[in-house]
Ligand binder design. Structure first.
Ligand code: UDP
Length: 472
């Protein structure tokens, strides 16, 4: 008797490890539920594509998941107006390779697309494969983005040209200043804003949207989405909050040693260290780094700080190892040696956040970082930098109440006094205790969501039932 091959769910991330890593966590979740999974990773000659080495490492650490590299031609332009345009262009030229890959597979159950991969909806439609999105950001961001194709074209002007005190009202999320909207959306006439608006509109074509969040954390945004308030009454695809999916503690493979910063943290008391880390791309000018250093020094608290070179416009060697002595104020490293550690470029963030010594997290509000802070029960000081991080900051501070704002980020320079004041505030009783109580509740809710009858488990069951419906 012929054996019917098991149908495979194909995950299709866009460029960069920041998009690949959450997809890998999603793949693990699917595997744990008995699905066969493969991840199709675009291999582009353009910058930002995930390196063959990174894929090989992920494949070694996750032997149950098939990684398939899709070689694609150059996207055609060296000179993109915005880094996101490069991602969109590369994913556009990748469609034929995806089509060829999928056509050669015996049985594909579904295609799960990253939010930048809307072109792949056409591939899925042509092959008759159900397509879902995996949205690696907040439900609040999704709710806002889905409202923009209706709101923005008729708005009086671009967000960047609105008066500084302009506050916008979108269903399901707190009022937001125009300047806190996503950086890609600030200029309505830009290529990137037009391209992203078209992508937001196309998200409604999917059969469902999986979101890396959980119901309790963002119930208002979820209710607005589910009641059609974000799409002017047009049907919104089912939204499945299946998170939080976060990087496991150890990501370096079995052979890699524990990072030295963790050993340093081992020597410090419980809940005594402020951790500062700004995602995979966060960089500051030398002037800003010096303000941060002064603020940390004056706070008198212990700290672990990930420092990178300033961005290329401030310094030509931004990808090299930072020379800390010349970047930071003279004598700073020596004076803070007993209570501070500065790490160059990268620290094992999710493991650091789970360390018992960490008391607060100064974060750029990337969504993975926010979820890692929540899952570790560490209050956050929000210092948004790029993408949709200012929007996340609004949701984290005003809706979720898991952090406070580092004032001055929008002027481009946060003063040492503000860094000192916010570090003191989260360490102190009063507002600090209130934040700690709230984040511990959020942490417990995050655990509950993924367990037994928890909301994220229920959502994944619903998603599986939908897959089943399609294959019968
Ligand atoms: N990260 C890390 N070490 C660092 C900086 C970042 O491990 O020094 C990880 C972090 O734990 C998170 C991811 O990189 O999982 C960053 O994702 P996020 O969405 O927060 O920000 P992005 O880099 O996409 O702006």
């Amino acid at each position: 008797m012929a054996v019917t091959p098991q149908k495979t769910v194909i995950l299709y991330p866009s460029l960069g490890v920041g998009h690949l890593n959450p997809m890998v966590e999603l793949a693990k979740l699917f595997l744990s539920r008995g699905l066969a999974v493969a991840i199709a990773v675009v291999d582009s000659p353009d910058k930002d594509s995930v390196s063959a080495d990174a894929i090989a490492r992920l494949a070694t650490d996750n032997t149950d998941i098939t990684f398939r590299s899709l070689p694609v031609p150059p996207s055609g332009s060296e000179d993109h107006s915005h880094p996101v345009m490069r991602i969109i262009d590369v994913m556009h030229v990748a469609s034929p390779a995806l089509m060829e890959f999928l056509s050669a597979l015996p049985a594909v159950e579904a295609l799960v697309l990253d939010m930048f991969c809307t072109d792949a909806l056409d591939v899925a439609a042509e092959l008759g494969i159900p397509a879902y999105f995996f949205f690696p950001c907040a439900v609040g961001a999704l709710a806002t983005m889905l409202q923009l194709p209706d709101y923005y074209p008729g708005a009086p002007c671009s967000f960047k040209d609105m008066p500084a005190d302009t506050v916008l009202h979108f269903a399901g999320v707190p009022p937001i200043r125009a300047l806190d909207m996503a950086t890609t959306m600030q200029d309505r006439g830009s290529d990137v804003a037009k391209a992203r608006l078209a992508q937001y509109a196309r998200m409604l074509e999917a059969r469902g949207i999986l979101v890396n969040s959980f119901d309790w954390l963002e119930s208002r945004a979820l209710t607005a989405l589910r009641s059609g308030l974000c799409t002017s009454g047009r049907p919104t695809p089912p939204v499945y909050c299946i998170g939080p999916l976060i990087l496991p503690g150890h990501t370096g493979g079995i052979s890699e040693r524990r990072h030295a910063c963790l050993e340093w943290l081992d020597t410090l008391p419980d809940r005594s260290v402020v951790f500062l880390s700004f995602g995979s791309l966060g960089r500051f000018s030398t002037a800003q780094l010096r303000e941060m250093a002064r603020g940390l020094e004056n706070s008198g608290e212990s700290f672990l700080w990930v420092v990178r070179n300033p961005p290329p416009e401030h310094q030509s060697n931004s990808i090299l190892e930072p020379e800390l002595e010349s970047l930071l104020p003279e004598g700073f490293l020596e004076r803070t040696r007993e209570r501070g550690l500065v790490v160059r470029n990268w620290a094992p963030q999710s493991e650091v956040l789970r360390h018992r010594s960490i008391v607060a997290f100064v974060t750029h509000c990337g969504w993975n970082s926010a979820l890692e802070g929540i899952a570790s029960g560490v209050p956050m000081i929000c210092w948004p930098l790029y993408a949709e991080q200012r929007m996340n900051k609004v949701h984290m501070v005003e809706e979720m109440k898991v952090g406070v704002v580092m004032e001055g980020y929008e002027q481009g320079l946060v003063k040492a006094e503000e860094v000192e004041a916010k570090v003191r505030l989260v360490m102190a009783p009063g507002e600090g205790d209130e934040l700690r109580r709230r984040i511990m509740t959020a942490k417990e809710m995050a655990i509950d969501a993924r367990e037994g009858g928890g909301s994220s488990n229920v959502a994944i069951n619903e998603f599986l039932a939908d897959l089943q419906k399609n294959s019968t």
